[in-house]
Design a protein around this ligand. Structure first.
Ligand code: AMP
Ligand code: ZN
Length: 462
């Protein structure tokens, strides 16, 4: 399999440390709010990576953290505490916020057919491991104490910037959000453990040999990955905004701690943008999986949209584009529904298409090409039985519910039923204008309602 590796900036042959066993680490969400569909694009492409590896007969062991501590609103060691901000916004505790949005994220993954990783670790459950790593980094002289905080000293490494280009380094130097911190020896140093918190009302604090405080953001991923997947990691994933400083710092502290190279392949997904630029939680107004459902879209239309483009290209989101995707997706499902389960399984022919499908995935996860192979199968002279066999086989990776009887998901059903209830109430109140409006709104989403003696029924036109 060929994969683009951010570390070498080339497409490389992927060779795991251990024959067919692959260890995969994913930076999980910061659970202070709902995930937006930009975040979900990232998890869709990681899901495709995992399932493609499975399709190519690798066994994958995957681990993901949940950031419920270490939580700053900007990428540097500055800004506000995101979790605390979330708790204040909703007048509750940081732990409640973490629980609520972890559950919400899990549901979003289910709706998008994203497999939940084998091992999922909340950052707050590994505090003793961060302390252990920080102690060792101090002992090895890669870290220092300054005014109550423990910092990693980047001048101890001569390859600190290995994950980024020299040019990017210039950009980093000019970044406005890198706050001047008088405690640091080098401005690029980053915090391993805070005891002098900028936030007086910090809720979560732990005792440590360095004083009562809390961990820096980056240490959680290093400790969770090393403890669960071992000292040699095959693939580390995340969105491109994680390359610097997060992944750069993860490499610095992990390799200094271990004393050898840590991870061979760095896999980064480009951003989903809207007209105003990169979608981000801190912008406030962002689209979620649920907001797509409320607007009448099956979430898998969004998955289909992501698969239609390459993970290393920026993807521009707008509803016009989503509507086109919805049409193609529905047409695809319709074509599949019309295939009759008849004829023979034609093993040789099937193999030809499977090889083409593999080839697309092996080519740095060319999902658009993989979809083309699927369309080629539909157009081919294969028997209905062979076609259905292949569709089922490809859907192990694509996960578009291509053969599910009823692809309408629960939330869409709830949305429609609520609208029908609203319309019935309007009719009872003789507010016919409102009742018609609701009917038209549903019609816009190809949902046709009928009033029968047994009540109102609906049908989704494909
Ligand atoms: P966060 O919850 O902010 O820690 O982000 C979770 C994941 O989503 C990280 O891997 C980010 O790099 C990724 N991400 C954030 N914004 C976007 C975006 N607009 N498009 C794609 N991925 C994103
Ligand atoms: Zn991480």
């Amino acid at each position: 399999m060929k994969l683009y590796n951010t570390l070498t900036r080339t497409i490389e042959n992927f060779i795991p440390h251990n024959k067919n066993e692959v260890t995969l680490y994913t930076c999980g969400p910061t659970v202070y709010h709902f995930a937006h569909i930009g975040n979900m694009r990232n998890y869709i492409s990681e899901d495709i990576l995992e399932k493609s590896l499975n399709y190519l007969e690798y066994n994958v062991k995957r681990c993901m953290n949940i950031t419920d501590v270490g939580h700053l609103t900007s990428d540097s060691d500055s800004g506000d505490d995101k979790m605390l901000k979330g708790a204040k916004r909703e007048h509750t505790t940081v732990l409640d916020i973490a629980q609520k949005y972890t559950e919400a994220f899990k549901k979003d993954c289910e709706k998008l057919n994203i497999k939940w990783p084998d091992i999922v670790v909340p950052a707050t459950s590994y505090i003793s491991e961060y302390i252990k790593m920080t102690e060792k980094l101090l002992e090895k002289d890669y870290a220092y104490e300054s005014n109550g905080n423990i910092y990693f000293d980047i001048s101890k490494l001569n390859n600190y910037y290995s994950l980024i280009n020299k040019n990017d380094e210039m950009v980093i130097g000019a970044r406005e959000d890198v706050e001047k911190d008088e405690n640091k020896k080098n401005q690029g140093d980053f915090v391993l453990w805070f005891t002098k918190s900028k936030f007086d009302d910090q809720e979560l604090k732990w005792d440590s040999p360095f004083g009562t405080g809390y961990p820096g953001w980056h240490i959680e991923c290093s400790a969770i990955a090393i403890n669960n997947l071992g000292e040699y990691l095959d693939i580390h994933c995340g969105g491109v905004d994680n390359i610097f400083p997060h992944h750069t710092n993860e490499i610095a502290q992990s390799e200094s701690y271990l004393g050898h190279k840590w991870c061979n392949y760095w896999f980064h997904t480009e951003h989903l943008n809207d007209k105003t630029g990169k979608m981000s939680k801190s912008k406030g107004d962002f689209l979620t999986v649920n907001s797509l459902i409320e607007k009448g879209y099956n979430p898998l239309v969004f998955r289909y949209m992501c698969l239609s483009s390459h993970y290393r290209k920026q993807l521009l989101f707008d509803f016009h584009n989503l509507d086109n995707m919805k049409d193609s997706y529905n047409k695809l499902l319709n074509k599949i529904k019309n295939i009759k389960d008849e004829g023979n399984i034609e093993e040789d022919k099937i193999k030809v298409y499977q090889d083409k499908f593999k080839e697309a995935l092996e080519n740095d996860l060319n999902t658009a090409q993989a979809l083309t192979v699927l369309y080629d199968v539909l157009k081919s002279d294969l028997s209905g039985k062979s076609k259905l066999y292949l569709i089922n086989d490809f859907d192990k990776v694509l996960s578009l519910d291509l053969l599910k009887e009823e692809t309408i998901d629960n939330d869409l059903k709830i949305y429609i039923e609520n609208k029908i209830k609203e319309r019935n109430t309007a009719k009872q109140n003789k507010d016919y204008e409102k009742a018609d409006q609701i009917r038209e709104e549903l019609q816009k989403h190809n949902i046709i309602i009928k009033d029968t003696r047994e009540g109102t029924t609906f049908e989704i036109q494909k």
